[in-house]
Write a protein that binds this ligand. Structure first.
Ligand SMILES: Cc1cc2nc3c(=O)[nH]c(=O)nc-3n(C[C@H](O)[C@H](O)[C@H](O)COP(=O)(O)OP(=O)(O)OC[C@H]3O[C@@H](n4cnc5c(N)ncnc54)[C@H](O)[C@@H]3O)c2cc1C
Length: 493
């Protein structure tokens, strides 16, 4: 991830290394809140605090210098967050809350410079209450840290994003937490949050409970900073049983998947993928597409006969116990392993009703052929029988035409997803252009909330409620790019 970013920092960006008097004063003020050690304006830290795993090509940064933070600030307490937000309000400085930076789509990357506010140092587990079956945590707590502490009490949160090795709980909440490992069985994050403590962009401290919590889910840091969370926990489960089937066509795979999701017993994990993605973790020897499903291992609850008859009906072939177990073991890695084998792993994530996934996949497969896209894909069942579907392409971002045209294909796929009743999974900076088309009611709700919570507009600007460019502009750009890509097939591009 960092190679491109660091190369970029050494060569192409004209950064202002000399501090302006104003900047020096701001730094002193920030240090006054958190101390010398936890404020930096070094070029390296500003670069590291401005990116995410979906590396953007160098030319992107060349055009948009404000995509670099001016200051990196690490906070350790509610009081420190309050102090930093006060300075930001008084000096009109944008603040970008940052967890593990794994959400991509430039969710936690600046668009107007300002403060990158690192919340990872706030990683304490404040209370584990076994009687009340809840845990209170700070936003920077890691999933591993939480799982280990709960495990000692024979408890579990039960749900984790597959990015759990790098994401933190506050970041997952701000992204909505609808899909992840465990969510088909236990429900999404929304079903687990008992209360949220937040400092609004206006400096007001709020405790949210019940339906009031909804506004903070998918808020991407544009309203305020979450500093404490109370979460429901479950009794721990230690035994799981996995089953993997190979299919020849995406239709057969998806038909089987839809029937499995309708069974009374819900899996803890259900994943689909193509053979290209499998190459990098658990190569497929049977079929071209795989469906892997994992249940809590209480023999009476595993719908074994149903699985056999459903998969048999669609010519799915059971792969092996060893393959199935490996699928479960690799649940935190499979999705991102291809990243190690390509310069740029480009992707777009969709939130789709399971019934509509086959229509998405058949189209992406046809683009793979017609536009020669080095495509691969992955899907994971979330809460309420909806799927987080990830369509990817392994492309070197330095090959401008190939990069931009493949992005164009993903844009076309987004338009299709919206028509089919789905939409973007992560909004962030890049997908804000789709808000009005995919989630118009939510857009209005968030615009109202933004006015109330952040009247100065300092919190993570240019995403969710507003964007830097228009849908129409992007649409024309990508239309041209995909047309060129198609033509390049005939002229050897
Ligand atoms: C390999 C991979 C697998 C993934 N798997 C899943 C998955 O299974 N399920 C899923 O839902 N998502 C998944 N994601 C995307 C997912 O949204 C993120 O991984 C995770 O939720 C983000 O957490 P983070 O700590 O990295 O947040 P960041 O990326 O740092 O931040 C996300 C957003 O939240 C804001 N934010 C961060 N902390 C706070 C806070 N304390 N208060 C207010 N705003 C805040 C940021 O400004 C930003 O807008 C995956 C991503 C990758 C790369």
């Amino acid at each position: 991830m960092f190679r491109e970013v660091i190369e970029m920092s050494n060569t192409d960006i004209e950064t202002t290394i000399t501090q302006t008097p104003e900047k020096a004063t701001i730094i002193e003020m920030l240090k006054g809140v958190v101390g010398e050690e936890r404020v930096s304006d070094s070029e390296l830290e500003r670069v590291v605090y401005s990116g995410d795993p979906a590396v953007l090509p160098q030319y992107h940064y060349r055009w948009k210098r404000k995509y670099l933070a001016d200051y990196a600030v690490r906070v350790e307490s509610e009081e420190e967050i309050e102090g930093i937000l006060k300075i930001a309000r008084e000096h009109n400085i944008p603040v970008v809350p940052r967890g593990g930076a794994s959400s991509c789509m430039s969710s936690s990357s600046p668009s107007r410079g300002g403060i990158s506010l690192d919340l990872k140092p706030m990683n304490k587990i404040l209370e584990i209450n076994k009687k009340g079956m809840f845990v209170r945590v700070e936003p920077g707590v890691t999933f591993e840290g939480l799982a280990n502490s709960l495990d000692k009490e024979n408890l579990t949160l039960g749900i984790y994003p597959s990015s759990a090795k790098s994401a933190v709980i506050g970041g997952w909440i701000a992204c909505g937490g609808r899909g992840g490992i465990g969510t088909p069985f236990y429900g999404g994050l929304k079903d687990h949050i008992l209360s949220l403590s937040v400092i609004g962009g206006d400096g007001e401290v709020k405790l949210l409970e019940g339906d009031d919590i909804d506004i903070l889910l998918h808020s991407y840091g544009i309203l305020g900073v979450i500093f404490e969370i109370k979460l429901k926990v479950h009794e721990n489960v230690r035994e799981y049983k996995s089953f993997s089937y190979g299919f020849r066509t995406t239709d057969e795979l998806c038909n089987a998947m839809v029937e499995i999701t309708k069974l009374e017993v819900k899996p803890i994990y259900l994943k689909i993928a193509d053979d290209e993605l499998q190459k990098f973790s658990n190569p497929l020897e049977i079929g071209k597409y795989v469906l892997s499903v994992t249940y809590v291992d209480t023999p009476s609850d595993i719908p074994l006969e149903d699985l056999k008859s459903i998969t048999g009906k669609y010519d799915g072939v059971y792969i092996s116990d060893e393959f199935s177990k490996k699928e479960w073991d690799l649940r935190y890695d499979a999705e991102f392993n291809p990243k190690e084998h390509t310069e740029t792993l480009m992707f777009q994530e969709f939130w789709m009703p399971v019934e509509k996934v086959s229509k998405m996949l058949s189209k992406y497969e046809s683009y793979r052929r017609s536009h020669r896209i080095p495509a691969l894909w992955f899907g994971m069942l979330g809460s309420h029988n909806e799927m987080r579907l990830e369509l990817m392409a392994m492309i070197d971002a330095a090959q401008y035409l190939k990069f931009i045209s493949s992005k164009g294909i993903l844009h076309k796929m987004m338009k299709r997803a919206i028509k089919l009743g789905g939409g973007p999974y992560t909004i962030g900076l890049q997908n804000s252009i789709y808000m009005s088309r995919a989630y118009p009611a939510r857009l209005t709700e968030m615009q109202e909330a933004k006015k109330k919570w952040d009247p100065n507009g300092i919190m993570n600007p240019d995403r969710v409620t507003s964007c830097l460019t228009s849908f129409r502009r992007i649409d024309v750009l990508f239309l041209l790019a995909t047309a060129f890509r198609r033509l390049s097939k005939y002229v050897g591009g």
